[in-house]
Design a protein around this ligand. Sequence first.
Ligand code: NAP
Ligand code: F7E
Length: 320
Amino acid sequence: MKNALITGITGQDGAYLAQWLLQQGYRVHGLVARRSSDTHWRLRELDIEGDVTLIDGDLADVSSLTRALEASRASEVYNLAAQSFVGASWSQPLLTAQVTGLGVANLLEAVRQVDPKARFYQASTSEMFGLIQAERQSETTPFYPRSPYGVAKLYGHWLTVNYRESFGMHASSGILFNHESPLRGIEFVTRKVTDAVARIKTGQQKELRLGNIDAKRDWGFAGDYVKAMWLMLQQDTPDDYVIATGRTTTVRDMVEIAFRHVGLNCEDYVVIDPAFFRPAEVDVLLGDPSKAERQLGWKAGTSLEELICMMVDADLRRVS
Ligand code: NAP
Ligand code: F7E
């Protein structure tokens, strides 16, 4: 039986990845940062809280990472922990640098010391493309991050490449485009929208305040994307892969899909609020996942319409 360690197991991707690895027969360990209130709701929703071993630790504390690696005896390490909300990275740039950026150095160093043969996955992001340098972004497109989050992730990405090249580590980086699910955090735009649609439909909310609805994103389903992470670590050779659907849609159109699903017209409820605009925006993202299709045999399997309807239905169940 293989052991895996997931940092960020209480997050959206961590929960789905834990579920997937359990289904593959792994013993799953998760690093959990101390919080004053409970953060295990996603593990409970997937009904796997009792099936995983949780280990206290923080990406900012390298001694806790060393202990977690020793305790878990992990042969596969998935680094999903991060301050992952782009909006918050302007108000907390140093924390974002420390966790999302330097945290990767802490974990790579801990892996190198405890078991340099362990396979390592880094959660890189399409935010690194930022001000896009090509219409479709692939593994060879130059980066131009537009937020402190994107900058921190770029450091983690290049450090992963560097540890692979310097020390021969099996370290891979998934450049994942936006992926969503009913387990998405409420601050991200898709879940903010689907939660609001459910509340408006049931008379618990009157309006939905949004920022730049002209932004375009390549949105997929998180449940599909975690399988790509696992596939990367099953390859003989470590590498970097873009994971995306290859379709881009405006926030405006995504909002329309959500309202239409419950028979409402979004124009009656959406209010544009400057408070939700960002100091610098990523206007459009569109991934080219052909390398992942070719080498991993991975392809996105859920359309945006299916995804948004799945999220609205889940939020309707929650608020009813
Ligand atoms: P998420 O839901 O925000 O989860 C982040 C996880 O990191 C949570 O479990 C959080 O714990 C944990 N964490 C935060 N600070 C930590 C610290 N100092 N030490 C240890 N754990 C800490 O993010 P996600 O959507 O699942 O994304 C997973 C990873 O993929 C992130 O690295 C994200 O940046 C990256 N990514 C996401 C997307 C996307 O569209 N979802 C796309 C590309 C890349 P708490 O629950 O206790 O806060
Ligand atoms: O914003 C616009 C906003 O916060 C999407 C993270 O998982 O994906 C995510 O980052 C777009 C942006 O995600 C609101 O300006 C308009 O253009 O859902 P989001 P994100 O910033 O793309 C990447 C790949 C990651 O790696 C990140 O970790 O929607 N937008 N109005 C809004 N966004 C929010 N949050 N709230 C609004 O009211």
